[in-house]
Design a binder for this molecule. Structure first.
Ligand code: FEO
Length: 171
């Protein structure tokens, strides 16, 4: 049985993952509008992964006989100054999510909830990958800056990203 405190924190994380989904979907819409379909595909795949994360928390709460309570999802931004600005924001967001996961682990330990701590370890590892994959794009974007052929080449490359299911659970 989940403690009230743990259940509330896990529900808050469902909301945070759904907001991540919404944020990256909004970035995908921005890239579509900018005629960068490859960047848009990459962000859409990222959004799909966030939905998978949200559902992992959703399923776990239910598995522990907890109660999922869905709340309002904050509206994401809709415009960015550049592809780099969008990806830098995505990186900051992933660091924020990593911090949240660490806080959840700390709470699980404080509550003596070993099952939740074990469940959260997948996310601890996943966040390392999440930060690394976004950071790799940020680094490439810094390299090409606003050089149009560079952005074009990156758009081609990022458009090859496959669906989350085809990448296994990471990515
Ligand atoms: Fe659900 Fe990108 O962390």
């Amino acid at each position: 049985m989940l403690s009230e405190k743990m259940q509330k924190a896990l529900n808050d994380q469902v909301n945070a993952e759904l907001f991540s989904f919404y944020l990256y979907l909004s970035m995908a819409a921005y890239f579509e509008a900018e005629n960068l379909p490859g960047f848009a595909t990459w962000m859409r795949m990222q959004a799909d992964e966030e939905m998978i994360h949200a559902m992992k928390f959703f399923d776990y709460i239910n598995e522990r006989n907890g109660r999922v309570n869905l709340g309002a999802i904050e509206a994401p931004k809709t415009e960015w100054d550049s592809a780099l600005a969008a990806f830098e924001e995505a990186l900051e967001h992933e660091k924020y999510i990593s911090g949240r996961i660490n806080d959840l682990v700390a709470l699980a330990i404080a509550e003596n909830d070993h099952a939740t701590n074990s469940f959260l370890q997948w996310f601890v590892d996943e966040q390392v990958e999440e930060e690394a994959s976004v950071d790799a794009v940020v680094q490439d974007l810094r390299r090409v800056a606003d050089f149009p052929p560079g952005i074009f080449m990156m758009d081609r490359e990022l458009g090859t990203r496959g669906p989350a299911a085809a990448e296994g659970e990471g990515g």
